[in-house]
Design a protein around this ligand. Sequence first.
Ligand SMILES: Nc1ncnc2c1ncn2[C@@H]1O[C@H](COP(=O)(O)OP(=O)(O)OP(=O)(O)O)[C@@H](O)[C@H]1O
Ligand code: SF4
Ligand SMILES: [Mg+2]
Length: 346
Amino acid sequence: MSHESEDRILDVRDIYTYFRTEAGVVKALDGVSFDIRYNESVGVVGESGCGKTVTSRSILQILPKNGEVVDGQILYKGVDLLALTPSEMRTVRGKEIALLFQDPLSALNPVMSIREQMIDVIMLHKFLTEEEAEALAVEMMHAVGIPEADKRIFDYPHQYSGGMRQRILIARALALQPSLLIADEPTTALDVTIQAQVLDIIKRMREEHKLSMMLITHNLGVVAENTDRIHVFYGGRVVESGPTREIFKDPHHPYTIALLESIPSFKKGKGRLATIPGSVPQLIDPPKGCRFHPRCAYVTEMCKKRPPAVKIKTDHYVACHHVDRVIKRDINADYDPNLGYAIDNL
Ligand SMILES: Nc1ncnc2c1ncn2[C@@H]1O[C@H](COP(=O)(O)OP(=O)(O)OP(=O)(O)O)[C@@H](O)[C@H]1O
Ligand code: SF4
Ligand SMILES: [Mg+2]
């Protein structure tokens, strides 16, 4: 959602991303706007299919062939990425904006050693000699906690565990000194204990490298502990944006409230999204007006018109016609004490 300040590294303005399919046009992103500030960590949350991955792929322009950003602007350090040539965009990818995926194995080539995969990327972007690139690769692997990196660099992806592979990808991404890291469910495929270690590394690297981050996750515990602000997505739009602490303590959009309330496992400290009654909208023929209206307890006739984003406090925006009517229960009263503690300390 729109903000007035000029300290943004990324300013996504009203983007529409559509996919052509045999069944019709899938309007995956329908006027998405949000921003990320320099050195800020921003969480993107929302149910499966709400457009989180499509947003990251739209930013980096790595959409599947049937997909296209048909309108809007994606300002990165003030430059519209949608106006760049493919070769300019190749420089932005990796060197300026790095992407971490959910599945570290699919991001690595199984028949190439880690050394080859790391130094190729580093040499391409940083114009270093092979020896310099290898030294940098080893240094970065060491920094993310890979033991005996100077020897292990000659191994192949299958010789590493899932957590170690994700560390390698973090090392490779950060060797190029990007300014923005987009992490799309970076720890979902990993065991819980390994998840925490990888998140710690991301956090430490973010501080050391002064990285801004967009962290896409289903895990509300992860956003609570790792982000400064949250953008809540629903049905290809941003429905609420605000400081992380405020979103947890004082959510205003009926969807955000439902999201926080309907999570039994969240109380147990797992923090994963559970189901909300009703189903995620079909984006070929989405509900008119507010896309949440078929599932909303506060719906009125007015909701058949699209609600604009309204500023309710500094940095806190809500796209709902009836913000004033929505009853805000004390969601935090239900929280698991451990998680509550984490949230209280944001
Ligand atoms: N190649 C494609 N062709 C058609 N529709 C697509 C394509 N890729 C994505 N979509 C649609 O775009 C919408 C948003 O998908 P997206 O992958 O961004 O969801 P997500 O929020 O990342 O979900 P998840 O949490 O499951 O990763 C979905 O309705 C999806 O079906
Ligand atoms: S605009 Fe209407 S339908 Fe949408 S969330 Fe607000 S009250 Fe519910
Ligand atoms: Mg996704």
